[in-house]
Each structure stands twice: as C-alpha cells, then as structure tokens.
Design a protein around this ligand. Structure first.
Ligand code: NAD
Length: 480
C-alpha cells in the first residue's frame, strides 16, 4: 500500500551529477507511484545563480533521459522544485534556505519534516551539517534527517574526523549513510531468503559451508571517473562498503530480526569478529591488480585513462580471503573479488557447501548462487541450474512475482529515509570495524610498489587471484 509522505528536501549539490542522474529520477518515480504527491518540495542548492525556472528545466531534461512521453507529469512534478544559490561557507545563505524551507512548508503543508541531502563533495559535509545546526534550520515539530553519500572517509582516521564533524550537529539516529547496494532488492532479499528457508539457514555455518564467494565485477573501465578513482581504488570503492555489507546480509545472525537496532547490532558483531591481518597475511590473502590494454589494443590501459597518473599504482582489481573469528564462521573463507574490465558485469554470491550437507538431505558440494543484479528474474541458481527448473527442495524464492518490477535502489532508500527506517543504511560502528580491516591491507600495499599493470583488459584479473583459492583446494565458481 502506498502512503503519501510529506517533507521538504534540501539537496546540497542540486546541480550535480548524482542529483540529476539518481535523485531526481527516483523522486519522479516516487511521485508517479504516489509516495510523493502534494505535500513535498525540493530545494536544490549549489553555487551557481539559477532561477527556479531554469532549475526546473534542468530537472526535466535529466528526466527525459529515463522516461518517455510524460512531459505533462514532469511539468507538474517540477512545480515542486525551487532553487537557492548557496555557498557552503556563507552563514547568510543558510538563513535564506531556512526561510525558503519554512515558506514552502506552509505552501505544501509538508509537516515540518526536513531531509538534508548531501550530494556534494565529502569535504563539505561537516561544514554544511554544522551550519544547519547553528543557523537553526532544524524544525522542532517534524523530523530532521541528514543523508550522506559515500565515500565516507578514505581510512579510519578520516572517517572518524568526518563523523566527528557531522555528529556534533546530528544524532546518529538521524544520519542516513547511503550504501546503494543496500537499496538493491536482491541484497534486501538475502535475509528474507534465509528467514523463509529453514534448511538453508540451518546449513549456513562452518559445519556445512566450504566457502563463500562474493564477486562484484564490471566490464567497463574507469570511464570519466579517473580523477575520483585515483583517490580511491577498488579496495576503498567496493570492498570496504558494498562487499562488506553483502557479507553482512549473508553471514550475520538472526535473519528474522525486524528491529533496525537488532539487525545493526548483529552486523556490528559480525564485523567486530573480522580476523585481524598481519602484514604477511595481507601478502598471502590479498591480491591486487591494475588493467592493461586488451590484446587488440582497443581499450586503454588504466594508466592511459584521463586524469590518471602515468605511473599510477592504484588498483582496479582485488581478490582476497576474509575470515571471521566467531562460532558460526571460524574456518570458512569468504573469498571476495571486485574489478574493472573483467569479461562481464556480474554481482553474485556463490555459497559452496561441503559434503556434510548430505546430513540435511542436500546433495554434497551443492553450490547456491544468489545473483545481486536484477538483469532478469533469475535470481537464484543451484548448481548452475535456474532455481525454477531445479527440483531441489532447498530454498524458495520470496515474492517472486514482485521481483521483476522491483524498485531502483535509490527509490527504495528514499522511501526508507521518509519512513524513518534505518535498516538499509550503514551505521558508524560498522564503518569503524570495516575501515580498521581495510586500513591494514591498504597500509601494507602502500609500503610496497606493485608490478602494474598486471592483467589484460577483459580477463578475470591477475593469475594470483586463481592461485589464492587453489592453495586451499578451492576454485572460483564464476569463471570465464
Ligand atoms: P558533482 O561535481 O557533479 O556535483 C557537486 C555539486 O556540489 C554541484 O552541484 C556543485 O555546484 C556543488 N558545489 C561544489 N562546491 C560547492 C560549494 N562551495 N558550495 C555549494 N555547492 C557546491 O558531484 P557528484 O558526482 O554529483 O557527487 C556528489 C557527491 O555524491 C560526492 O560526495 C560523490 O562522491 C557522491 N557520489 C556520487 C555518485 C555519482 O554517481 N555521481 C555516486 C556515489 C556517490
């Protein structure tokens, strides 16, 4: 059932790429489906001096990239959009924002609710949050929620500093840190699948699981994001956040938990049990790579990309073995892998069971694959067979009919923000544990010079990624 929500959105960075490519199309979908109707307004802010009309035109232009023939609805929708030019350091501008938000709240009867969305560079997050507080933008009789995009720091120290700045202005319960993988239907379905399939859940532990593999592979290179990528690399860009959160969905206890606090505590406990890595273990358990041209020289090597240093040592591929020290998972390797310029786009979890599962009436060495990307409606494979054709009575797919029309990640996350549902956001304690773990790898890597480039574009990464598993007698389920 659709319940209309009311709020004033203040989008810092309202002229930027994220706002136009992700936020406005998602807000439009919510408008079309009735979650947003009469009682909302969007204030876009950025440095440029735009009029409301011009801002609305930019919004409509970006919507046309995603929707056809709906110009009248777009126009109606755009009447809820207003623009306020704004410099993050100028206190006067916050007063103007406050007054505009109050006026629009009266006009649209938005219930004094505010969503402050940071679609700007992270270096501004602290300044903006502090000004929202000090200039009195927060309302007393509605909610005030702060939404933050990744990257959330580049290591534990910078994440602590960033968090220190925003938490002076907003309590943790009002901070919504977006990891868009947590908005994906299939990631949200992982606990549901576990909760609804007792036998599967019973088998998800070190007695029955041989290893778990999480792959987030892309076939494209860095495209026009070389400048950003040079400050990140795949370890920070994909592993610290998305891969860890996917592991959280498959490996934390009690998938039947409904309360956000319990769910987060379970995830925090899991990340708190990550097995520490010595520098030598980083060498044996983690592989890094950087793409070269392809064999035909059709594709650029990473070092030839725009805004990338000719001698860059940033990794575009990583594979690793993550281990936990807890009753449930000790001894089970979680192999992770993410890279650019791999043969295909593929986001998947492969759970490889051992031969003890025969005790549960399941065929020895069964592999269950959960596909995370919604490329079609085949979401679960067992032993490589589409589940729907498989006779095995192991797991069933939840709400299958809903899956095809599932919401986009941002759309689903915005509904959560408007509903005050914090289940699908990242808490500070989770970040602290995952950054601590990632920092140990990064520090070791930064102390050594890699031999890059070391994999050909369009391949499965460096050979060392295969050897990592072979050493344990395992192999990647997804292989070219
Ligand atoms: P962008 O460069 O396209 O937009 C940045 C916005 O910030 C612009 O509207 C700009 O006018 C505004 N801005 C810059 N300096 C300002 C100042 N001094 N005062 C007021 N406004 C100022 O960037 P983007 O790609 O939209 O990214 C925004 C944030 O979202 C970043 O933190 C980025 O890491 C994150 N993010 C972006 C994407 C994406 O797909 N673009 C994906 C994930 C996370």
């Amino acid at each position: 059932m659709v319940t209309e929500k009311s709020a004033i959105f203040i989008i810092f960075g309202g002229s930027g790429d994220l706002a136009h490519r992700k936020l406005y199309p998602s807000l439009f979908r919510l408008y079309k489906s009735g979650f947003l109707k009469d009682h909302f307004a969007v204030i876009g802010t950025a440095r440029r001096p735009w009029s409301d009309d011009y801002f609305r035109e930019t919004v409509i232009t970006s919507l046309k990239d995603y929707f056809d023939d709906e110009e009248e609805v777009m126009k109606e929708f755009s009447k809820h959009f207003f623009y306020q030019s704004h410099d993050v350091n100028d206190s006067e501008h916050y007063i103007a924002l406050k007054n505009l938000a109050a006026k629009l709240d009266d006009q649209f009867k938005a219930g004094h609710n505010r969503v402050y969305y940071m679609a700007i560079a992270p270096r501004f997050f602290g300044t903006v949050a502090e000004h929202i507080n000090s200039e009195g933008l927060k309302t007393a009789d509605g909610y005030n929620r702060l939404v933050i995009e990744k990257p959330f720091g580049r290591d534990l120290d910078s994440a602590c500093e960033l968090n220190g700045n925003i938490s002076k202005a907003f309590p943790e319960d009002d901070i919504y840190r977006i990891d868009h993988y947590l908005g994906k239907k299939m990631v949200q379905d992982i606990p549901v699948i576990r909760a609804q399939n007792d036998k599967f859940e019973e088998a998800l532990n070190n007695k029955y699981v041989s290893n778990i593999q999480v792959t987030l592979a892309e076939s494209i290179g860095v495209e026009d994001r070389g400048g950003y990528y040079e400050t990140a690399g795949v370890l920070r860009d994909m592993v610290q956040n998305h891969i860890m959160q996917i592991i959280g969905a498959i490996a934390s206890i009690d998938p039947k938990a409904k309360d956000a606090k319990v769910i987060h505590k379970n995830k925090c406990d899991l990340f708190g049990s990550l097995k520490d890595l010595t520098p030598e273990q980083v060498d044996t358990n983690f592989v890094r790579g950087q793409y070269d041209t392809d064999n035909l020289d059709d594709e650029k090597a990473y070092r030839q990309e725009d805004n990338v240093a000719e001698d860059s040592n940033i990794e575009t591929f990583t594979a690793g073995k993550i281990e936990f020290e807890n009753d449930r998972w000790s001894g089970v390797p979680f192999y992770i892998r993410s890279g650019k310029r791999m043969p295909d786009k593929s986001s998947r979890i492969d759970i490889v069971f051992n031969d003890n599962v025969t005790d549960l009436g399941i065929k020895a060495n069964t592999v269950v694959t959960l596909l995370i990307e919604r490329t079609n409606d085949h979401s679960i494979l067992i032993n490589g067979i589409d589940y729907k054709e498989s006779a095995q009575d192991f797991i069933k797919f939840p709400e299958e009919k809903d899956f095809v029309g599932a919401r986009e990640a941002y759309e689903s996350l915005i509904i959560d923000i408007l509903s005050g549902n914090r289940v699908n956001f990242t808490l500070w304690d989770e970040l602290r544990s995952t950054w601590t773990y990632i920092d140990a790898i990064r520090e070791r890597w930064d102390s050594q010079t890699p031999d890059f480039p070391n994999y050909v574009s369009g391949t499965m990464g460096p050979d060392a990624a295969e050897m990592l598993l072979e050493r344990n007698g395992d192999s990647w389920v997804w292989d070219d």
